[in-house]
Design a protein around this ligand. Structure first.
Ligand code: SAM
Length: 285
């Protein structure tokens, strides 16, 4: 019996006296096709790979990952799911469940302890209440992972892959481009989950850069420039940045932008990562 079979998934939950919990963002997958495609996307057939999964739920995606990859370590916050996972994953000897909060996990330590010398990727059907902070935590691990494949709200996925000068483009797009090449792989409708979420979902794959695509004197200053550039949408970049720093006046920022070859009234949302890198090296916020 498969966990993607809705009546079997329901029977497993009933046996253990549990129901999906809203406060943990629990929407369990019930589509064999979707679960297999996410697992395939995570490692692209590389069976030597180690996988860290966030939020195994009742173990549906975990099973598919264990069938494809060398070792799977899954972090689950909801302790009431631990007996369920022990049951549904009993036939897999390459899976370890860690009871904990992915927002507090020390991923470098986890990789050292569980995946000594292995290449590691992340895969998850993420709980939507913490999508952006989890993604930022995973990307900021400085090349610890080869790739991060996650299912998230379509709206957030569209922002992550947006081009400059579009409505979806923002600080998160430009910041994440520093860490990874992001591709949207496919959309998933609410009917593929129990309970169905209110929004359409998307699976994205983030291919982590070995080296950042731009080199800057200070990555921290770069992220300050990017945040500052989008702090006041529909304002000029100089106006927006001046509002974020007491170190430079609007006139000084304008002069620097012009010196770099931009119009004095250029808008942040029209610029790409390489523009922000150039600007970051020319002004410290
Ligand atoms: N992987 C399962 C699936 O696809 O059916 C469940 C996905 S469900 C959307 C999200 C899972 O993440 C739930 O099991 C939830 O309990 C767990 N979760 C929520 N917040 C978490 C956190 N901070 N750390 C680890 N797991 C978390």
């Amino acid at each position: 019996m498969k966990l993607t079979d809705i009546s079997y998934a329901r029977a497993v939950m009933e046996k253990h006296g549990i129901a999906p919990q809203k406060r943990f963002g629990q929407n369990f997958l019930i589509s064999e096709n979707v679960v297999s495609r996410i697992a395939d996307t995570a490692g692209l057939g590389d069976s030597d790979l180690g996988i860290i999964e966030i939020g195994p739920g009742i173990g549906t995606l975990t099973q598919k990952l264990a069938e494809r990859y060398k070792k799977v370590v899954s972090i689950e916050i909801d302790t009431s799911l631990l007996p369920v996972l022990e049951d549904t994953l009993s036939e897999y000897d390459n899976v370890k469940i860690i009871s904990g909060d992915a927002m507090k996990t020390d991923f470098a330590e986890l990789v050292r302890e569980e995946f000594d010398g292995m290449r590691v990727a992340v895969c998850a059907n993420l709980p939507y209440y913490i999508t952006s902070p989890v993604i930022m935590r995973l990307l900021e691990t400085d090349g610890l992972f080869e790739s991060v494949t996650v299912m998230i709200q379509k709206e957030v996925a569209d922002r992550l892959v947006a081009a400059p000068a579009t409505a979806e483009y923002g600080a998160i797009t430009a910041s994440c481009a520093y860490w990874a090449d992001i591709e949207k792989v496919f959309n998933v409708s609410p009917a593929n989950f129990i309970p169905p979420p209110k929004v359409t979902s998307s699976v994205i794959r983030m291919n982590i850069h070995k080296e950042p695509p731009v080199s800057v004197q200070s990555a921290e200053n770069l992220f300050r420039v990017i945040r500052g550039a989008f702090a006041k949408r529909r304002k000029t970049l100089s106006n927006s940045l001046a509002g974020e720093t007491s170190k430079l006046t609007k006139a000084e920022i304008e002069a620097t932008l012009v010196h770099l070859g931009y119009r004095a009234d250029v808008r942040g949302e029209t610029l790409g990562l390489s523009d922000f890198a150039k600007i970051s090296d020319a002004m410290v916020l």
